[in-house]
Write a protein that binds this ligand. Structure first.
Ligand code: ADP
Ligand code: MG
Length: 622
């Protein structure tokens, strides 16, 4: 018969560690939360090798009294609650007293800590749960925790870690969220001995956004705030021009904690709904201050998701406020703009009124927002009934559509057109025998060719030609680049940076020259010749986003192909107008390709209709 025995403490700690410590990012999260709970207003985090070999978190908080240090590493040891009642008024981030014991069970930990009143500090080392050293040291006020060789004694768990680059990008994401959650704390983040970003702790959220995401984004933001009983929302929203292809730039914080919430995403997107194109997502950083009794932050073990009581009303309220804020913002220039009235208006004393951000405009916005000025007839609150698709559903649907299109490009044409148009009639030898008739709908060109009428999709054709030219050079191993003068400096998120790092070689092979430019920025110094003229900044970002959201790219060749595909798509996207001569040149190139009929995404570049089919349509023949 099997023996039933009690597990020893260390085994219990290791099991518990499985729940708290999943990867380096979870360690960083626990340590930084402890620092915040200890009242620190400056926290420095340094990692190496994605945090797998080295994590150091230094704070200037309260420190731990020397006779309490060992106890902090016991399981269920916490200074933050005493009894069950306390659970309902929790203000601190941690309270389970599990983090330090769990981390110590699966790594080599060194803690140096000193309180304000103590003369000296303490150095405490604990390895795999075994105490190694406890000594007095000189130390500054606050606490430093160093974690080395995470999972050194649990190889099974270590196997689940991804590459250092991926783990590092999780930590980088986390650090960004923490800094955004607490603009009042100064954060510094150092990765592989390189400073990534630091914030001043001035309390200004926009400054944090600027430090992390750069100028291009910060300058497209406007402040937002709304309040009603039991709820305050403050933050910054992107202008409708600032959009993203996914939800990566929708940030929500509830009571200074970063969370993900479909409810809040739906509210934000709902507020922008009429202003954004399909499959485009708004950008925003919103801090919600909610009565703690009205929100349950523990529905998700890593506390990233929350449940609101009266969630629907909250969402409807926010959606309406955001819609209103966008509306007001658009109204402001026309309200305050006084047309230049002769030379007097140009006098230096006249306050500048030409920007919606200028003083009086902003004041007015503030008054409108806070309800001091009624903003038009009051609208009845809109019930929040429309069910929005979950992110998963949207992604599945998009993928499905993409696959459908790639597999059977002609199915989408509809039955009637299928009969009318055939697609495999041009021969490459017959170049220059066409006549370009003209353009319709600003997008399609009509040409005649022998006894056929051809309709060409300008975008698809353009993409195809660029793509083939680029791929040919890549295959021959001699992509030629064109320098950008000046280089395009792009600020990337941690995740984007990691992707760039991972596919660095592929970018180089395709003819890109990209260099680190300090912090989260990189400089695009050169792009493949065929893409010259497209803004390097959006180009890079679109490629990275394509790499991220696409299905997992397989072979190196597949990755390069994907980069080329995305690059060409991005390069062509912005070009709407095309002159006749340009189109002729493009057609020449298109028709000389082996397969001119489909763009790299599998959409048709052209459809044709024979004279015979036309005549049948007009009932000239039967
Ligand atoms: P919890 O945060 O849930 O209380 P932890 O295991 O994370 O549990 O920490 C245990 C205790 O150690 C905390 O309650 C706190 O008193 C102390 N502590 C941990 N980190 C710090 C720190 N950086 N500064 C001051 N005290 C700390
Ligand atoms: Mg803790």
């Amino acid at each position: 018969m099997a023996q039933i025995r009690m597990l020893d403490e260390r085994v219990i700690d290791q099991i518990a560690a499985g729940e708290v410590v999943e990867r380096p990012a979870s360690v960083v999260k626990e340590l930084v939360e402890n620092a915040c709970d200890a009242g620190a207003d400056a926290v420095t985090v340094e990692i190496r090798d994605g945090g797998t070999t080295f994590i150091r978190v230094t704070d200037n908080g309260s420190g731990i009294e020397s006779d309490q240090v060992q106890r902090a590493f016991y399981r269920h040891a916490t200074s933050k609650i005493q009894d069950v009642d306390d659970l309902f008024h929790i203000r601190s981030l941690g309270f389970r007293g599990e983090a330090l014991s769990s981390i110590a069970a699966v790594s080599l930990v060194e803690m140096i800590t000193k309180t304000k009143d103590a003369l000296t500090g303490v150095r405490y080392c604990i390895e795999g749960g075994r105490e190694r050293e406890f000594s007095e040291v000189g130390a500054p006020e606050g606490t430093t925790v160093i974690i080395r060789d995470l999972f050194f004694n649990t190889p099974a768990r270590r196997k689940f870690l991804k590459t250092p680059a991926t783990e590092g990008s999780h930590v980088a994401d986390l650090m960004e969220h923490l800094a955004l959650a607490r603009p009042d704390i100064s954060f510094s983040f150092v990765q592989n001995r390189q400073p990534r970003f630091s914030t001043s702790g001035s309390g200004d959220l926009k400054e944090v956004v600027y430090r992390i995401y750069g100028r291009e984004i910060a300058k497209e933001l406007f402040p937002f705030s709304a309040e009603r009983e039991g709820l305050r929302a403050d933050g910054f929203l992107g202008t409708p021009q600032l959009v993203r292809p996914n939800r990566n730039f929708e940030f929500f914080f509830v009571n200074r904690r970063y969370i993900r919430s479909q409810l809040l995403s739906a509210a934000l997107e709902g507020g922008y709904a009429s202003r954004l194109m399909q499959h485009k997502f708004p950008v925003g950083w919103l801090h919600l201050t909610v009565d703690p009794t009205r929100v349950d932050v523990n529905v998700h073990p890593s506390k990233m998701e929350v449940r609101f009581s009266e969630g629907r009303q909250l969402s409807a309220f926010l959606e309406e406020q955001i819609r209103q804020a966008l509306h007001d913002r658009e109204m402001i220039p026309s309200v305050t703009l006084s047309p230049p009235a002769g030379p007097a208006a140009a006098a230096p004393a006249a306050p500048s009124q030409d920007s919606p951000e200028s003083g009086s405009a902003r004041e007015l916005a503030g008054k409108l927002l806070s309800g001091q000025i009624p903003a038009g007839p009051a609208r009845p609150p809109q019930p929040f009934e429309r069910r929005r698709l979950t992110e998963m559903e949207v992604r599945e649907r998009l993928e499905y559509e993409a696959v459908k299109r790639a597999d059977e490009p002609d199915r989408t044409e509809g039955a009637e057109q299928l009969n009318l148009f055939s697609e495999k009639l041009l021969s490459p030898g017959a170049v220059k025998q066409y006549e370009l008739i003209g353009q319709i709908f600003g997008t399609y060109w009509i040409a005649s060719y022998q006894d056929k009428m051809i309709l060409i999709d300008q975008h698809a054709a353009h993409e195809k030609v660029k793509y083939e030219a680029l791929m040919k050079k890549i295959r021959e191993g001699k992509p030629d680049s064109q320098n950008l003068m000046p280089p395009a400096v792009v600020t990337l998120t941690g995740a984007e940076l990691a992707l760039l790092e991972r596919y660095r070689e592929h970018f180089a092979r395709a003819g890109f020259e990209i260099e680190p430019f300090g912090g989260n920025s990189c400089a695009v110094r050169a792009v493949p010749c065929d893409l010259y003229g497209s803004p390097g900044e959006t180009l890079l970002r679109d490629i990275l986003n394509g790499l991220e959201t696409g299905q997992r790219p397989g072979t190196p060749a597949a990755v390069t192909e994907r980069i080329a595909t995305m690059a060409c798509k991005a390069a062509v996207k912005g070009n709407h107008r095309m002159e006749r001569v340009e189109m002729e040149a493009l057609l020449d190139q298109l028709l000389s390709l082996d397969n001119p009929y489909q763009c790299p995404h599998g959409r048709p570049t052209m459809i044709t209709m024979s004279r015979q089919e036309l005549e049948r349509k007009f009932k000239r023949i039967v």
